[in-house]
Design a protein around this ligand. Structure first.
Ligand code: AMP
Ligand code: MG
Length: 321
């Protein structure tokens, strides 16, 4: 199967493949025509740069013009794994791949299938998440089919992904380094190696990591995020939501909750941030399939992977209470 996938990539085609975070939609990162097809197939804005996947830290020199000491240290500690490093672009990497930026984002995924594919191709692979732009990221091959069937050449099925949210994007071209997107590696894990790490607020992230500006992760149902459930559950809001929906998906702990006359599709809040991260996008897609019109989610504590979970929930939500 890897041979078939490599043949597809060599002729400029697209292959969806599993990583430990989410499924990626891969093209040869050094082939501008192939990379352009990724944007066309996903409906992705052309200025939203792609992450380049490598099979080892040695490949950093092929895609980055300069590799600071900190990049080697972080790669040694966290690769293969969900940490993406932003570095100065090597001229070999086409601007199509970087969305016109003079930087590249690069990581080594922790998936035997992904690594075999990159090694067999002999080039790095550019891959955003393998979903239609704006939709929940795919954490199983079925999700890729749901969004992209008929538009891409091949899907490598590696079963459900282990982490479930995307990688942490860390910009090493700033001092101190900036987290542009929270993800599978938490700030607490980075601090011992880097000393100071800045958490890029909305403004910094939108400027330096254009992708974070766009709508993201949205199921068809409207998502309402209740950050402080204990305060909000007594307010008439829930009643009002129930008045304009027949079916409500509720991701939370309150088994006795009612939303007026609406039927409640309860999804028990995952017990820890790891499991929440792993299941979040699949829960959105399942509730869509059950035909709910509104998804009400309880917030979780912003610690460890909970930071990435809350980031995705806030971006998916059309209302935050
Ligand atoms: P996706 O692979 O769909 O999860 O999106 C890739 C993420 O990485 C987006 O949020 C991009 O903005 C970010 N990214 C990719 N390349 C760069 C770069 N050169 N500089 C900053 N952020 C980047
Ligand atoms: Mg994405």
């Amino acid at each position: 199967m890897i041979e078939r996938a490599v043949a597809v990539l060599r002729r400029g085609g697209l292959v969806a493949f599993p990583t430990e975070t989410v499924y990626g939609l891969g093209a040869d990162a050094l082939n501008p025509q192939a990379v352009r097809r990724i944007f066309a197939v996903k409906g992705r804005p052309a200025d939203n740069p792609l992450i380049i996947h490598v099979a080892g830290a040695g490949q950093l020199r092929d895609v980055a013009r300069e590799v600071p000491e900190s990049a080697w240290v972080l790669a040694e500690r966290f690769w293969p794994g969900p940490l993406t490093l932003v570095l100065p672009r090597h001229e070999r990497v086409p601007l199509e791949t970087t969305g016109g930026l003079e930087t590249v984002a690069v990581r080594m995924p922790d998936s035997a299938i992904a690594l075999a594919l990159i090694r067999a191709l002999g080039h790095p692979i550019a891959a955003p998440s393998a979903n239609l732009s704006g939709r929940p990221s795919p954490t199983a091959a079925e999700h890729v089919l749901e969004d992209l069937q008929g538009r891409i050449e091949l899907i490598l099925d590696g079963g459900p992904t282990r982490i479930g949210v995307e990688s942490t994007v860390l910009d090493l071209t700033t001092s101190p380094p900036t987290i542009l997107r929270p993800g599978g590696v938490s700030p607490e894990q980075l601090r011992p190696l880097l000393g100071e790490v800045r958490l890029g607020g909305e403004a910094a992230a939108a400027r330096r990591s254009p992708g974070t500006r766009y709508r993201h992760y949205r199921p068809r149902a409207e998502v309402v995020l209740i950050e402080r459930w204990e305060e909000a559950k007594h307010r008439p809001l829930l009643e009002r939501l129930g008045a304009r929906a027949y079916r409500i998906g509720y991701v939370g702990r309150d088994r006795g909750i009612s939303f007026g006359k609406a039927t409640v599709h309860l999804v028990e809040l995952p017990p820890d941030p790891q499991e929440y991260a792993r299941r979040l996008f699949a829960i959105f897609r399942e509730l869509d399939q059950q035909g709910v019109e509104v998804i009400v989610v309880e917030g979780v504590e912003e610690e460890g992977l909970g930071i990435a979970v809350m980031d995705r929930l806030r971006r998916a939500a059309s209302r935050i209470v």
